[in-house]
Design a protein around this ligand. Sequence first.
Ligand code: GAL
Length: 688
Amino acid sequence: MPSQQLSALLAALLVIPQATAQARPQPAAATALRQQSLEFGTAWYPEQWPESRWETDLQMMQDAHMNVVRIAEFAWSTMEPSEGRFEFVWLDRAIALAAKHNMKVVLGTPTAAPPAWLTTKYPDTLRVDENGTRAEHGNRQHFSFTSPTYRRFAIRIAEQMAKHYGHNPNILGWQIDNELAAPSFDPSTRTAWHAWLRHHYGTVAELNRKWATAYWSEAYDTFDEVPMHSTHEHPALLLDWKRFVTDTWIDYVGVQVAVIRSNSAPAQWITTNTMHWFQGFDHYKLHVNLDLAAWDDYYQEGHLDVVRNMVQHDLVRGFKQQNFWVMETQPGFVNWGNVNAMLPPGVVREMAWQAVGHGADAVLYWQWRPAPNGQEEYHGSLLGGDGKPVPVLKEVARTGDEFARAADALRGTEVHADIAILQDYDSHWAVTFQPQTIKYDYETEITNLYRAFGMARPIDLIAPTADLSHYRVVFAPGLNVLPDALAQHLLDYVRNGGTLVLGARSGMKDVDNALQTGGQPGSLLIAALGARVAQYYALDKPQPMLPAGAATAWAEQLETLDAGTRVLMTYGKGNGWLDGAPAAVEHSVGKGHLIYLGATLDAAGMQAFLQAAKLPLPEPLLASIPADVEVMERTSPQHHVWIIENHGQEPRHVDLAQPANNLLASQPTAVKSIDLEPHGVAVLEVVK
Ligand code: GAL
């Protein structure tokens, strides 16, 4: 293809924001999702096994109370064994057999694993890494996400599948690709990158102005001179690279979504499976054009980090601000950690119910049975290589039985939170490109807030641009990139009665990752707060805080500019510059309160801050619960369902505020208190 044609194609493919195409789930898909109760199942790879074995497997799944299988996401070479020859008869039979066993199906498009005939005949489809090395066949994710040839084949297989299965009543929905991850640095990406920059900036002079390229003589004469880099570059380039990669993935997914939507029944929803905090693209933007968020929940060292898992579930729930799926989780252990230890007995069940408590409507294990050969022979599974159950299958089957019992009560319920924490990709990226200290970690700051709020208050973890109007309290730790439009949105929330806490490192950068010329946290917020950040300090030692606690990694010396600004906390004696300076300040704005907290705090410091700030926090769902017990709530207009878990190693007794119906008892019974064994779970229904 002549290069001009190629660039026109890429420009057409990549620079038109696809996200607006289907900004909301199609109504029928949304209804289908709401009507779902609890799905329970596994990844299954019929293409890896003789057909004579399929029924045995499906019967065993059914015996384990499973009702859904995800299939086909790596089966391209079986569905299209040679170019343009499609073979779906085997898949028809697998889906029909699944239906016979009351198992619904999620179909994956197989584009994470192109067949050898494709990459051999069209080597331009192969991914090139940042060092310029082209991938070879024999692994997965070895495709270029911008290759026009690859797009053609990806669209065609997705379209063929949709034409074939788009009206099959046993197909619940679609998963596009699998764990979108690695961008490519091949020539077609370079062309697309330059087209993206041209579209974004119009003229190279504008790019030079925004990026301030007089610095180090970095000025560009043409867009084509701008290199492709993902680390160790100019911060504006790095941020734009992430935005470009995001738009490219949106487009990559979008073209598959388009052919599936136009060839399928509206009730079939579309998702992709993501990896919690993965920083490769902006997940909020990617999910605009998807009906459902889904993620893969793994703990490689065999120790569940309960709070981290809460945060990750809430993060994924926030992608679309609706219930989500756990598309994959480990039946005990994985094969890609340093020591792939097994989760202790009870924890697989504990994890499944914790997911539901945070808004999951499905939990699927990866995988049913290890492939007879291949890279993942050692991964945990529910059957062994011999096709016989492994010990954890009993625990999984018990969980499946419980899901079936609680399904009706959970149908149509959602998590409702009065507290929001804002999470922002631009900001996360910006502080990662220029960390200034290895002690500051964006995810840890968010996780520490969760720890401070305890395990009995629902929290939403959402994008800063989301509607904030119904939250009592909004926290924005490290909202580093804070352009005026966003500041205005936050101030509107506060003026209307909200309480906003901006955490350390907030408002330092504008949309181009440049320092705010009006100072930190930006002129609009400085005016509203009556205070500014006079200087920031990366701490090599903790800085004592008054009245209590210590600043850990980062401390900002605040300066008040207005008589109405109230100082909530100050620094004690430490690095000298900070000693005695304001560390947290508050100002009323309209009907609400704007607070700036300039330090990352240890647990004691955070409790002191919460007291000093007198935040209108909601009461915990249950008062006086043991520290290792988590209380989760899902609600519908008619009732609440509480999921209570003992994450500790000792038995725990929990008194309930009102009698509740124990949904996991063999006969639903009213209870006023519950006793939980270590890793124990109770699921209770409270009628309003
Ligand atoms: C996921 C992937 C699965 C499987 C699993 C093993 O990242 O989507 O295909 O490889 O990891 O833990």
